[in-house]
Write a protein that binds this ligand. Structure first.
Ligand code: LP5
Ligand code: MN
Length: 240
C-alpha cells in the first residue's frame, strides 16, 4: 500500500484533459492507496464555495466517491485556491489541513506544504500573500456578488502574469535557507511540496543528516505524483 501526493493540477474548464486525468486517478490507482493528499492549486482559481461552476461539482463528486470507498483525501490550500472552504470540504469529503503538516508514514517523518511560503525571495508575492490571507479581506471578498469576484480574480491573474514576466526565475523558486529552516523547525528529513512547477528530488542535509526535498510537477502535459510506501519515496510522472 502507498500514500499518494499531488499538486498544481490547476483544473479549469479550459483544460478538460487534465480533469479527465484526475478523475481517472481517483477512479483508478487512488482506490488502492492508503490516502491521497492534494497539496494545493487543485484549481486554476477559486472565488468561493458558492461558485456554481459545474466543474467543481464534478470534481467534488469524484473525490467524495474516493473517500466513500475508504480512501481519505486531504487538502492543503495553494495560492490559487486558498478560498476553498468547509462547504466544499464537506461536499467533496476532503479534510482541510493547515498550511504546513507533519506526517509519519511507514516510519518516515515528513513535512508537506504547498510550497509558496518557501519562496521568500519573492517579496512581492509574500506581501501579496500576507494581504489576501487576512480573514476580514477574504470575508469582504466572499460577500461580493459572484460576477464582481470573477472580475477581481481575472485582474489578479492578469496582474500576476504581468508581474511574473518581470521577475527572475530564481526569486520564483524556493529559498534554500527557508527550506532548511522549515525542515529543521519540524525535525524532518523529508519535505514534499508543489507550487514552483519544477519537479525534482533535491538532496540536502538537515542536522548533518541526509534529507530530501520532493517537488511535485504541475499537470501541464502529464500527471505527476509522489508515492510514499514502506519501500521508499518516489517522484512519478505519467500520461493523464
Ligand atoms: O499564480 P501565478 O502562478 O501566476 O503566480 C504566483 C503568484 N501570484 C499569485 C496571484 C494569483 O495568481 C491570483 C489568484 C487569484 C484567484 C483567487 C482570487 C481570490 C481573491 C481573494 C481576495 C481576498 O499567487 C506570484 C508569484 C508566483 O506564483 C511564483 O511564486 O511570483 O506572485 C505575484 O505575482 C504577486 C505579485 O507580485 C503582485 C500581485 C499581483 C496581483 C495584483 C492585484 C490587482 C487586482 C486587484 C483588484 C482588487
Ligand atoms: Mn501555487
Amino acid at each position: 500500500m502507498a500514500t499518494l501526493f499531488i499538486a498544481d493540477l490547476h483544473l479549469s474548464n479550459e483544460e478538460p484533459a487534465i480533469t479527465a486525468g484526475f478523475l481517472r486517478l481517483l477512479q483508478g490507482e487512488a482506490r488502492s492507496a492508503d490516502a491521497l493528499y492534494i497539496l494545493g492549486d487543485l484549481f486554476e482559481a477559486w472565488i468561493g464555495d458558492d461558485d456554481p461552476n459545474p466543474l467543481h461539482a464534478t470534481v467534488a463528486a469524484a473525490i467524495k466517491a474516493l473517500v466513500d470507498s475508504g480512501v481519505p483525501c486531504y487538502f492543503i490550500h495553494g495560492n490559487r485556491d486558498f478560498l476553498v472552504g468547509l462547504r466544499y470540504a464537506r461536499q467533496s469529503g476532503m479534510t482541510l489541513l493547515p498550511a504546513e503538516k507533519v506526517l509519519t508514514l511507514y516510519g518516515k517523518r515528513m513535512l508537506i506544504m504547498h510550497g509558496d511560503t518557501l519562496c521568500t525571495d519573492d517579496v512581492g508575492y509574500q506581501r501579496f500573500r500576507a494581504r489576501v490571507q487576512q480573514r476580514w479581506l477574504q470575508m469582504l471578498f466572499l460577500a461580493l456578488p459572484l460576477f464582481v469576484r470573477q472580475r477581481i480574480a481575472a485582474k489578479m491573474r492578469a496582474g500576476s502574469k504581468a508581474s511574473n514576466q518581470t521577475k527572475s526565475e530564481t526569486i520564483m523558486d524556493v529559498n534554500s535557507q527557508a527550506v532548511i529552516d522549515a525542515m529543521t523547525q519540524h525535525h524532518v528529513q523529508h519535505l514534499i511540496h508543489g507550487h514552483t512547477h519544477r519537479p525534482a528530488i533535491h538532496d540536502l542535509e538537515i542536522g548533518n543528516q541526509p534529507a530530501q526535498r520532493y517537488v511535485l510537477g504541475a499537470w501541464h502535459h502529464e500527471g505527476s505524483m509522489v508515492k510514499v510506501s514502506e519501500h521508499g519515496i518516489e517522484l512519478l510522472f505519467f500520461p493523464y
